[in-house]
Design a protein around this ligand. Sequence first.
Ligand SMILES: [Zn+2]
Length: 271
Amino acid sequence: MKLKKGLFVFGTIMFILSCATNPFTGKKTMALVPNSQLFPTAFAQYDQFLTEHKVVTGTKDAAMITRVGQRIAVAAERWLNANGYQGYLKDYKWEYNLVNDETVNAWCMPGGKIVFYTGILPIAKGETGVAAIMGHEVAHALANHGQQRMSAAYVQQGIAVAGNVAIKDEKSRNAFNQYYGVGSQVGVMLPFSRSHETEADKIGLYLMAIAGYNPDEASELWKRMKANSGGGAPPEILSTHPSNDSRIANLKALAPKAKAEAEKFGVTSFK
Ligand SMILES: [Zn+2]
């Protein structure tokens, strides 16, 4: 009983100490570990992932992933600057890689480290579909969804965060991957919550539109994802991003708003 109460008090204190307002949602969110400490861990994990997978270079597809990634990153920066959040991306080190792997997946780690798997390209069906996926995954990172998942779990389990999340062993590496949704054959990823998915859908749609990609494509993309989940093993990305009709309807309804947002940045035609 005493322990439980102690944990509750600890959790409450940590929560109050570490709430930060998210620029994209305007909501107070929990972040026990500041990005400046989290990012180096993420960058090390990313580098490790790249050494363990076949990175595609010098192809049209690899160039496309980089091109879309750069446009999405610029869109995020423009949106943040326009909304009074200059410096929000200062610790970001954007990187975009395509890996040769049939898994249907893509993700973005904290600090802007992105991976696309070649297996998702047939469902993306071109650059605009890639932009829809990229916008969504980048949105999870920008909104610190992984950070919130990890923080919530730490509070729940009464784990003190010593201000250092350096990952030294296999077990904590796998835990990190779970919270940050990093796809690998090793770790089991935890699905994002419904509310995080809805947030990422909206932010992602705005980013793709500001980047000049047609946001109408997002609902079409998730229709294809859904169609692809029938039959054999469902795509890996669907285990963390369950697709359903309400999500598709929501994306469709939000697309005109995303176009209106893009117009504020002088973007009026979309590819
Ligand atoms: Zn998602």
